[in-house]
Design a protein around this ligand. Structure first.
Ligand code: 4NP
Length: 156
């Protein structure tokens, strides 16, 4: 199972989602792989936002080596599941899809907690550290559910 986490900047939410998913992969000894990408090239190749690094570090997860990269059409071939944080990311990814097979791989990540509710992970970039802690809590729960789904399906 190859999972891609997607947000706008790939410096806050999706690197946090990647770090949390990797922690669960390690914890449950899954064969799954995870990566993250974004759509806004302003921070291309940058490491994550210092507040994202700080909040993750406070929870024992190091994401300081991640480098911002852009989502590409090849990601539809490379990944089995593409989790997005909000409706903008959903539209951005869908705009590059070439058919239902691609589109079926894309889902709002919080739908794993509340299917069909289409809730978003709010962009913490313009707020304070508490917004990042909120993102952590939401993504910790969502990635736990994804890990258990992988365990139950035994697809690794
Ligand atoms: P993210 O937050 O999508 O959670 O990484 C953002 C970070 C940077 C920008 C937008 C969103 N930006 O436009 O620079």
């Amino acid at each position: 199972m190859k999972i891609l986490m997607v947000c706008l900047g790939n410096i806050c939410r999706s690197p946090m989602a990647e770090g949390l998913m990797q922690e669960k992969i390690n914890k449950y000894n899954l064969k799954a792989k995870v990566d993250s990408a974004g759509f806004e090239s302003f921070h291309l190749n940058d490491t994550p936002d210092y507040r994202a690094i700080k909040v993750m570090h406070a929870h024992g997860i190091d994401i300081s080596r991640h480098k911002m990269r852009l989502f590409t059409v090849e990601d539809f071939q490379k990944f089995d599941s593409i989790y997005v944080m909000d409706h903008y990311n959903y539209q951005d990814v869908l705009a590059l899809s070439s058919g239902p097979e691609d589109a079926d791989k894309v889902n709002l990540i919080l739908n794993v907690l509340e299917p069909g509710k289409d809730k978003i992970v709010p962009d913490p970039y313009y707020g304070g550290v508490s917004g990042f802690e909120n993102v952590f809590q939401l993504l910790d729960k969502a990635t736990e559910v994804i890990a258990r789904q992988i365990l139950d399906s035994k697809v690794g």
